[in-house]
Design a protein around this ligand. Structure first.
Ligand SMILES: [Zn+2]
Length: 341
């Protein structure tokens, strides 16, 4: 019979494809741990790893077994992994009726979010950016996000960019460009030279404000635009400033950045109760800002967004939290959007 389906589920899948998919999913370090293949742990490359696997039967079998085990969830992942945080920039602009002003390579808007948009778009937007709240902590402690869901927000799953470090991620989120496009490829905080929403919105006559912890990535990389910048001592002061800005009503777009959870996860570990309490403080602050925004702009078409940059995982060497891999723990985040007409 022609076109007979082969029995072997690995039929037609090259070792290279398999390894690529696994590395994309877990990162080299995690893959090394999962398969106990040591060559993934030390300066790994595709070429050297493939050569090793081709001549080392047991290691190849470990990789194939892992791939087969994860195949069902990988298919699912391909569907949900299409949209990455680069889509946020154009989504914000389209929601606010701004058609241009980003660089050509900027990713398209997220259709899942635009579907929620009221006809005619929105006039005002508040974006809350909490550092390092990945989908994993949302799964581990869902009750911390009940308030957000109860307040009518819709969760949208997105993938972060690699390396999953704050300046890399927020540069991508607000420029629409991958790291190679905007130029920040590591934990460094230069002023961005590419176009961002903080260029596009002012060019279209929309007034922007950024309130962030002093010397944080968000405080520094978007400087030099026609936006109002507020560098604050820490999260509490950022909240106070954002509330003041909302009340004053002088801006069309406000970005507020908090970092306590990220600080704590690096100090003590991402799933430790003391760190998780900071996640609760972030969601609480967010809901407080959202409520103030609603009160100020009742009757005006508006959007409120909860947009973390990346997640985190436990470093087995230290037991503390880290991020920067391309593993799901670091890369998978959920954003919450709410539009009100
Ligand atoms: Zn961090």
């Amino acid at each position: 019979m022609p076109g007979k389906t082969p029995r072997n589920p690995l039929h037609g899948i090259t070792l290279e494809k398999m390894l690529e998919a696994l590395v994309k999913r877990h990162g080299w370090a995690e893959l090394g741990r999962l398969t106990t293949v040591k060559c993934f742990l030390f300066e790994p490359s595709m070429a050297s790893s493939l050569a090793f696997l081709r001549r080392t039967g047991w290691a190849r079998r470990k990789v194939e077994e892992l791939y087969l085990r994860e195949l069902p969830s990988m298919a699912e992942r391909t569907v949900t992994a299409e949209l990455i945080i680069t889509g946020v920039a154009r989504t914000i602009l389209e929601a606010m009726g701004v058609k241009e002003g980003l660089d050509d390579g900027a990713a398209a808007a997220d259709g899942r979010v635009l579907k929620l948009l009221p006809a005619g778009g929105v006039k005002k937007m508040l974006v809350y950016a909490p550092d390092a709240i990945g989908r994993r902590i949302m799964g581990l402690r869902p009750e911390l996000f009940d308030g957000i869901r109860a307040a009518g927000f819709t969760g949208v799953d997105v993938r972060s960019v690699f390396p999953s470090k704050t300046p890399v991620c927020y540069a991508s989120m607000f420029s629409g460009l991958p790291p190679a496009g905007h130029g920040i490829k590591a934990y460094e905080k230069p002023r961005l030279e590419c176009k961002t929403i903080f260029d596009a919105l002012p060019a279209a006559g929309r007034k922007c404000a950024i309130a962030a912890v002093k010397d944080s990535s968000v405080d520094l990389i978007f400087r030099g635009r026609q936006a109002d910048y507020f560098s604050e001592k820490y999260d509490g002061e950022v909240t106070a400033r954002a509330l003041e800005l909302i009340e004053a009503g002088g801006h069309d777009f406000i970005l507020a950045y908090h970092q306590e959870y990220d600080d704590l996860l690096h100090d003590i570990g991402p799933w430790k109760e003391k760190a998780v309490e900071a996640v609760g403080r972030h969601t609480e602050a967010f809901l407080k800002l959202a409520a103030a925004f609603d009160k100020k702009w009742a009757g005006v078409p508006r959007a409120v967004v909860f947009a973390p940059d990346h997640g985190a995982h436990v470093d087995p060497a230290t037991g503390k939290g880290v991020h920067g891999d391309d593993s799901p723990a670091d890369m998978d985040v959920t954003h919450f959007w709410r539009f009100s007409a």
